[in-house]
Every structure is written in C-alpha cells, then in structure tokens.
Design a protein around this ligand. Structure first.
Ligand code: HEM
Length: 240
C-alpha cells in the first residue's frame, strides 16, 4: 500500500470512525480522569490545536496551495480527535466535556463531507469548463467551414419550415450533415453549460459550509477551555 495523502486520510478516517463506534458501545468508566486518560486528552487537544495553523497561515499570511498544504490540517483534524475519543472513554460525567466532544465529532464529520463533496464539485467544474472550451473551439472551426446561408435554411433558422425542407433537398447531403452536426454540437454546449450552472450553485454552498466549520471550531475550543478549567477547579484525582 502506498502512503499517499488519499490513503493516509482514508486510514485515519477509518480509525476515527472505528474508535467512535467502539467507544460509544464500550464505555470505560474512570479512564478519562486518570493520568493516562488526561495525558491522551492533552496530546489530542494539542494535535487539534495544530489544525488552527492552516487557517492562521491562510488568513494572516495569505499562504495557499503548496505553501500551506491542507493535508496536515486533515491529518491533525483526524488523529487529534481520535485520541480525544480514547480520552473520553465514553462517559458523560462532565457536560462541558460532552459538549466539546459533540462539537469535535461534528467538526470532523463536517470536514470529511466538505473535503469530499467540494473536491468533487471543483473537479467537475474544471472538467465541464474544459469541455465547453473545447466544444466552442470546435464550433468556431465548423462554423468557418460551412455556408451559413445554406445552413440557416437547412436547419430552419429562417423560420420557414417548408422552405427548410425544400432547402435540404436542394443542398447537397454533405452540407446538410455538416449543418446537423453543428446543431448537435451547439446543443451539447448548451447542455454542458446548464450542468455547469448546477455545479457552480453547489459550490456556492461551500461558503456556508466553511462558516459552519469555523463556528464549530470556535465553540469547540471555547468548550475545551471551560472543560479544562473546571477539571482543574474540581481537582485532579490522580494527584497525590
Ligand atoms: C478538530 C478538527 C478540526 C478543526 C478544529 C478544523 C478547523 C478548521 C478551520 C478553522 C477552518 C477554516 C479555514 C479558513 O480560515 O478558511 C477549516 C477549513 C477546512 N477544513 Fe477543517 N478542521 C478540523 C478538521 C477537519 C477535517 C477532519 C477535515 C477533512 C477531513 C477538514 C477539512 C477542512 C477543509 C476542506 C477546509 C477548507 C479549506 C479551505 O478551503 O481553505 N477539517 N478547518
């Protein structure tokens, strides 16, 4: 197996979902408050904190693309929460912890949806645009090769259907088939542009999705802060 971005993301996603299901099924009481439980929780939180480096570099330094690869955001966004799931041990003892946990799961799931849905949409937009450009070039080329006047009569663009039928019989078969092909090509361009519009509208949802992902992030870190402070306030039970 090659360890490329796609495979690493896939494995980390499987690990996250596996731990989520296992820990929801099998509660390990008293683990989250133990020393190993706390250490795993702290490590997971630091790794989650690393995810903020991506938006920071993007927004503050304007770094995009290769200068600021999203893949490390995703690796940290999957492995940090996996550790936090282990830390939680599936107990609802603390409501701040439970809220932090739920928002964390929501962020990861929203991240996964955003990543796969919008990557597909972006790719489709690129493909459709390329196809339209190629078809337009082809259309321009074919247009330059036909007799426009004759073609307009053949395909009935002059609005006289009867004349069009007559015209088709008057012009030679090659000219008529060229005109038909031109018409088919023009229809394909319209169809593809219509499909492209659908993808562009879907892409517009990306802004809304990103806002949700960001709001959840703010909520998560606020909850983590309250959770940590209340844990310290009520005392660390592993301290002698
Ligand atoms: C604890 C986990 C995570 C946190 C706290 C987090 C936080 C954020 C934040 C704050 C942004 C906003 C970037 C901006 O300023 O535009 C962002 C963007 C994004 N995140 Fe996450 N994220 C997490 C996990 C994930 C995961 C697991 C994935 C995917 C599998 C993911 C995918 C994305 C994507 C695709 C973007 C948009 C990138 C862009 O267009 O610039 N995130 N994340």
């Amino acid at each position: 197996m090659v360890f490329n971005e796609k495979n690493i993301t896939f494995l980390l996603t499987v690990l996250f979902l596996f731990l989520l299901v296992v820990f929801l099924w099998i509660p390990i009481f008293s683990f989250s408050g133990s020393l190993p439980g706390h250490l795993i929780g702290i490590l997971g939180t630091f790794i989650m904190g690393y995810t903020l480096l991506y938006p920071f570099r993007k927004r503050v330094f304007g770094k995009k693309g290769r200068q600021n690869p999203l893949k490390f955001h995703i690796y940290a966004g999957l492995s940090g929460p996996s550790l936090v799931i282990v830390h939680s041990g599936h107990t609802y003892a603390s409501w701040t912890g439970s809220l932090a946990f739920l928002s964390m799961v929501a962020i990861v799931l929203s991240g996964l949806v955003g990543r796969y849905l919008f990557r597909k949409v972006n790719r489709s937009i690129k493909d459709q645009k390329r196809a339209i450009n190629e078809m337009r070039k082809e259309l321009a080329l074919r247009k330059s090769q036909i007799d426009r006047q004759a073609c307009a009569s053949i395909i009935g663009l002059d609005g006289l259907t009867e004349t069009a039928v007559d015209a088709e019989t008057n012009y030679d078969a090659i000219e008529a088939s060229r005109c038909d092909e031109l018409l088919v090509l023009a229809h394909s361009i319209v169809d593809t542009e219509y499909t492209l519009q659908g993808y562009v509208k879907t892409k517009a949802l990306f802004g809304k999705w990103l806002r949700l992902h960001i709001y959840l992030t703010v909520f998560l870190f606020a909850m983590i802060l309250v959770h940590v402070m209340s844990t310290i306030y009520y005392g660390l039970r592993w301290l002698p």
